[in-house]
Design a protein around this ligand. Structure first.
Ligand SMILES: NC(=O)c1ccc[n+]([C@@H]2O[C@H](COP(=O)([O-])OP(=O)(O)OC[C@H]3O[C@@H](n4cnc5c(N)ncnc54)[C@H](O)[C@@H]3O)[C@@H](O)[C@H]2O)c1
Length: 423
């Protein structure tokens, strides 16, 4: 097919299925759609080449469509080969004119081969999700650095790596921490994780939450999302915390707060969302009821001490249901671990709904537009997303929901920005 953009995808015949799914995701991405419609008219990326290393999913495909509508020439590779949707990759090449290098399950060598193929596009700007593309640019593709004017980073891990690069004076261009916006945090951690974690528990166990005791470890953004949704379904929610302010917050929100050793005795379902290790461990497993269900929705699979279960259970009924392993202890109690202790909302459900990614990818699209207009004023380093962009994404989301809010009167605006007024 001579007219296709450059690509290395698993199977081009999957393109029609990929397009159907990309269109389905787009229905839940009204903010990005509004931005795409504006980009189509204003073409902010005319003559600009963008290389992106991101999860090749239907939501990312809609970000690519948006940037393409703005006139960009696009090069996309996968930030994690396991999340690549081969049908989406095929559709990006055949339907949307994106140079795409992504195959599900490709090994480490292929992964870096794809990053290099995307960089061969000689990008002016980069999008990263985990910092591997930026890292490759600064180590083995330094000849391309002079052309790169800036970029965006999607995730916490990537921002941490970028800050380390910046502290060493190694980062050669401005990178905007899109991860840190309010709109991303709110939707991704609270609403996204809140809903998809419960979705995963249902898919894995088909348990009824009403009337059950659900123990949520950690009352941060994610813990708030999980606990409020469990409460809404009729569960009695118990919070465990190590931070007194967060524990007080949970108490004042109406939740019972207990140390985990006490919660372990009464919980029917346990969710860890702390970002910390060994939150559920031997002493807790020893105290749990027969039939207790537990899972982790924190980033790494260190929150539940699965190794103890593997070493101490007298029997394991692996995959007693999809993504549910049953461990039988010496006294006959059966404990049920979901998704092997890994991120349960990805392991046993579909991760975040498209409506969640609508927010972070709208932040990405508007930040890219801002970078293209302002790169000359920026210095190398990690940069926060301008507040106006965060507010604009929130405003567009409200508009898509038909919700209007008040506007400051001139007197109010003056009052809020002056110090001369007494009480
Ligand atoms: N599943 C997902 O899709 C998803 C999405 C976003 C974030 N995350 C991950 O979820 C985790 C939590 O994210 P967050 O934004 O809620 O963080 P956060 O910092 O807002 O909240 C974490 C909370 O856990 C508490 N905590 C720490 N150790 C504890 C312990 N031993 N017992 C009880 N509580 C403890 C902290 O005091 C804090 O209040 C992180 O690992 C994050 O990367 C997952």
């Amino acid at each position: 097919m001579p007219d296709l953009p450059k690509h290395d995808v698993a199977d081009l015949s999957l393109a029609a299925q990929g397009k159907t799914r990309i269109d389905w995701a787009e229905r839940s991405m009204p903010v990005l759609r509004q931005i795409r419609e504006r980009f189509e008219k204003e073409k902010p990326f005319t003559g600009i080449r963008l290389a992106a290393c991101m999860h090749v999913t239907t939501e990312t495909a809609n970000l690519m469509r948006t940037l393409k509508a703005g006139g960009a020439e696009l090069y996309l590779c996968a930030s994690n080969p396991l999340s690549t949707q081969d049908d989406t990759a095929a559709a990006l090449a055949t339907e949307y004119g994106v140079n795409v290098f992504a195959r599900n399950g490709i090994g480490v060598q292929g992964y870096y081969g794809h990053i290099n193929a995307a960089l061969d596009g000689q990008p002016d700007y980069v999008f990263d999700d985990g910092c591997d593309l930026v890292n490759t640019l600064h180590t083995s593709r330094t000849e391309l650095l002079p052309n790169v004017k800036g970029g965006c980073e999607e995730t916490t891990t990537g921002v941490i790596r970028l800050r380390a690069m910046a502290a060493d004076g190694a980062l050669k261009f401005p990178m905007v921490a899109v991860n840190d916006t309010d709109t991303k945090h709110m939707f991704d951690n609270k609403y996204g994780t809140g809903q998809s974690t419960l979705d995963a528990i249902f898919r894995a166990t088909n348990t009824l939450l009403a009337g059950k005791t659900v123990v949520v470890a950690g009352y941060g953004y994610c813990g708030k999302g999980v606990s409020s949704r469990a409460k809404g379904l009729g569960a009695n929610v118990v919070i465990t915390e190590i931070d007194p302010t967060k524990a007080l917050d949970a108490t004042m929100d109406g939740f019972r707060v207990l140390p985990m050793i006490e919660a372990a005795r009464i919980g029917d379902v346990f969710v860890t969302v702390t970002g910390n290790r060994d939150v559920l461990r031997a002493e807790h497993f020893q105290a749990m009821k027969d039939g207790a269900i537990f899972c982790n929705s924190g980033h790494f699979d260190i929150e539940i001490d699965v190794r103890w279960l593997e070493a101490n259970a007298v029997a394991k009924n692996a995959k007693i249901r999809h993504q549910t392993d049953e461990y039988v202890l010496a006294d006959g109690r059966r404990l049920l671990l979901l998704a092997e202790g890994r991120l349960v909302n990805l392991g046993a459900a579909e991760g975040h709904p498209a409506a969640v990614m609508d927010m972070s990818f709208s932040d990405q699209a508007l930040t890219a537009e801002w970078l293209a207009a302002h790169h000359a004023e920026l210095r190398p380093g990690v940069i926060e997303v301008p507040e106006e962009i965060d507010k604009e994404v929130a405003r567009l989301k409200l508009a898509s929901m038909g919700i209007e809010i008040d506007v400051l009167t001139p007197v109010q605006a003056e009052y809020l920005t002056s110090w001369q007024h007494g009480s």
